[in-house]
Design a protein around this ligand. Structure first.
Ligand code: ACO
Length: 416
């Protein structure tokens, strides 16, 4: 293993230090490069730039590996609940029984929303997208929580974001709020707050709870994606936790990121309505003159199967089969996947289905409307965002401030 890399030009001979990660991933530390040589590095989209050292999650995109705090995602899915996973991601270790009880009970204690926040929510027009509502109200929450302990802020957010999501949904369909129940676990509460019918007791369906638990675990963290890095960047300027998370929600909303789960279902429905000829749409996605892309395909890091997509596909198949739903969209999705994976364009560019390809089908089977899919993703990603914000703060990371290459006018004077 080398410790330095030579940077040689006619003018400079400079040695750049190399740093290594747990799995020998290597990085050239260029932080002093400009000071010593005048050069900066150029990497639009941060395609090859590490912005931090992190111990939260690890991805090997070539091998299709994802670890949360060292545990493989396949192991976590089979052995943990979403709330245990949230604890693991936030605190670094899985909780014992007492720690888990304390964590869960404290979240339940914060399971309420100030009446003035409800008033604000009820004054937002129904046509506005729930992700815009969630982002705005997460920001506003800050004004209503007086909390001395930083650890409690994380639990407030874990408690309150599902309430905001459920209230947004119920208000839109014209149903009064359903309150959290202290006897229920996190996932059961979430489902009750969304789907209980007024004046009727809510019957939990274990098939649905299991599917929701699994899909939220799959979303829980994913190292430096667009929304997580947004959260870290805001935090690095010493912005508060709530405003940083609010910005993360806004970043996730984008259709190239978490918003892809809504876009995938809309795309599949369009293909279905137009006769279901998947090859025609694959050709369209390959045509560089056509802006259409296969939504739910491709990933910056995975150049092999996204391990989350493999699990999500199984969860989608199970939930649909166990609930006895016949969903032609699932069949269409499988057909599209099969054909795209045989196509030389997708093979050569290493474009595989990502988590968003099947997650919308799961949310739809559970009963969430399309505009709630990305909100559910945000609820799943919340522990990851908070863990990164916390890690960034503990590391005392400097303010995030990239450089640029200026290509505008040279200095000129106003002629008047
Ligand atoms: N359909 C067709 N072609 C694609 C697709 C796609 N879904 N994705 C990438 N490509 C092509 C690009 O046109 C490009 O081709 P070129 O080299 O001939 O120019 C090549 O593959 C590389 O793609 P980039 O856009 O440069 O890759 P990047 O890493 O910047 O983008 C992204 C990754 C945004 C995920 C992209 O694959 C995409 O737009 N996918 C569809 C949206 C999507 O599913 N987003 C969810 C991602 S997962 C998540 O955020 C939770």
């Amino acid at each position: 293993m080398c410790n330095v890399v030579d940077f040689n030009t006619d003018e400079y001979h400079y040695k750049l230090p190399v740093i290594y990660g747990t799995f020998c991933e290597k990085a050239i530390n260029i932080s002093q490069l400009r000071e010593n040589t005048g050069f900066i590095t150029f990497d639009p989209g941060f395609k090859n730039t590490g912005i931090t050292k992190s111990s939260i999650s690890f991805i090997d995109g070539e091998k299709g590996i994802l670890l949360y705090r060292g545990y493989p995602i396949e192991d976590i899915i089979n052995k943990c609940s979403f709330i245990e996973t949230s604890y693991l991601i936030l605190n670094g270790e899985l909780p014992d029984t007492a720690q888990l009880n304390f964590f869960s009970e404290k979240i339940k204690k914060f399971h309420h929303i100030h009446k003035d926040i409800k008033k604000i929510l009820y004054n937002i027009p129904n046509f506005y997208h729930p992700m815009g509502i969630l982002s705005s109200l997460t920001y506003i929450l800050d004004a209503f929580i007086q909390c001395l302990q930083e650890e409690d802020l994380y639990l407030h957010l874990l408690a309150k974001l599902p309430i905001l999501a459920a209230l947004t949904y119920r208000k839109k369909i014209g149903v009064p709020p359903s309150h959290a129940d202290r006897n229920l676990d996190y996932i059961s509460n979430l489902l009750k707050m969304f789907f209980s019918i007024p004046n009727q007791s809510y019957e939990q369906n274990p098939i649905i709870s299991d599917a929701l638990n699994k899909i939220l675990i799959l979303h829980a963290d994913h190292e430096q994606n667009c929304s997580t890095t947004t959260v870290r960047l805001l935090g690095s300027a010493h912005s508060g936790l709530f405003s940083s998370i609010s910005a993360g929600i806004s970043a996730l909303w984008g259709r190239l990121h978490g918003g892809a789960n809504q876009a995938v279902i809309e795309m599949l429905e369009t293909i279905f309505k137009n006769g279901g000829n998947v090859n025609k749409w694959i050709e369209k996605a390959k045509n560089k003159k056509d802006p259409f892309r296969l939504m739910g395909f491709g990933h910056r890091i995975y150049k092999n199967f996204d391990p989350r997509a493999k699990i999500a596909k199984k969860v989608a198949e199970n939930v649909i089969q166990q609930l006895g739903i016949s969903d032609p969209i699932l069949d269409l999705a499988k057909n599209l996947e099969e054909n795209a994976l045989k196509d030389s364009y997708f093979v050569e560019k290493k474009l595989y289905p990502n988590i968003d390809f099947y997650s919308g089908i799961i949310y739809q089977a559970i009963g969430f409307p399309k505009d709630m899919f990305t909100v559910m993703f945000a609820l799943g990603r919340l522990p990851g965002w908070m863990a990164h914000w916390k890690e960034m703060k503990l590391n005392r990371e400097p303010i995030g401030r990239p450089r640029q290459i200026y290509i505008g006018y040279k200095k000129r004077n106003i002629k008047k």
